[in-house]
Write a protein that binds this ligand. Sequence first.
Ligand SMILES: [Zn+2]
Length: 387
Amino acid sequence: MLASAVNIDVKYLLPGQPVDITTGQPIPAGRWISLTCFLPNSTATTCSNITNAMINQAALPVPSTDITLRVLVMVVNVSASTQCGSRAGANVTQVENAFLGPNGYADFFGNCSYGKMVFDRQALKVVPVAVNCSLPIAMCNEDAISMAAKQALPADIQIGSYSHFVFVLPANMAVTCGWVGLAELPGTQSWFTPDNLGIFSKGTVMQEMLHNFGLYHGWKDGLEYEDYSTAMGSGDSCPSAPELWRLGWATPLAQLNSSSFPRATYNTFNLPATYLGPTGVMIKIQPDWLDPLYTKNLYLALRMKAAGDRDLLDQFSGKVRSSTSTHAMPSPRAVPLHYYTVTPTIHDIIITHIIKYYYEIIPLFYHASHHPNIPLPHRPNSRQVRI
Ligand SMILES: [Zn+2]
């Protein structure tokens, strides 16, 4: 199924799995692609043939700073029809509290973004919506659900005054849907199951709403969702360093590459925890000396359980984390590599235990640049990070 770039509500059925014209390889599901679809007539929505299929570069970044979210939450319940039975909706007050209550989603977004993406608390509206059951709705067709919900809104709700639309599904849909959260990437709509993995999960809600701003999933060891340190993976904490950078929410303390950081030089950085941002909370390394193998940037950041990261898992708290992101793509797919133990004080974090760093990053540097292999100091209790 393919959505038209011209009219997003029109979907086209492909005759088969598209083959990438540049590689000759079948394109797996889940990619953003462009192709030419031949239609047998002007009203058809099934392509008789397709050509020129290729994977798109990620879209340009969606502006994600100075954002005030004006959110309309539609809590959908389904009334029985001849086609299918009724289903109850979620508790409206509980949904409202999840967004606006203490440590709710409004606080979470405000903290993680350092005030750059905030909910308009007065504008946020949670409204119960009753729709008649139809087969597409019972089959969890998200477009059918959102269209029916929008049409069934009370007359005093002005759709045009909202920036984002959240749909809470009726009970017992998770198995049929096969997801707990779904979002347009990029876009303005997101859908959630009415349970602790869906609308009542801060991580799920942040992930889906940040998909709306063009952010992809967090990965670990080649596995999607496996990064538990960010809401974009499976965590209940703020975005990771490359994601914060991409969103424009936080800035690097230093950006290191072959010109800004020449061979055989050393430097010392005191890296504050990300929650103390937004300024200077990550070290961005661009290993351009590896060219043409330079495909990823490396980010070092320290995470602590505080502010937006109050629910950070213990395994990441007080650790310096290195993540990579694909530098050629405007949107990083963050991949955590290693964790380093640190000695935290309140405002000044000094990094210790950096053995892995020496062995895994620096030798690569010298090897790749054909520089004589300079022995590096082995100081596991060093109180500085050296790059
Ligand atoms: Zn997602």
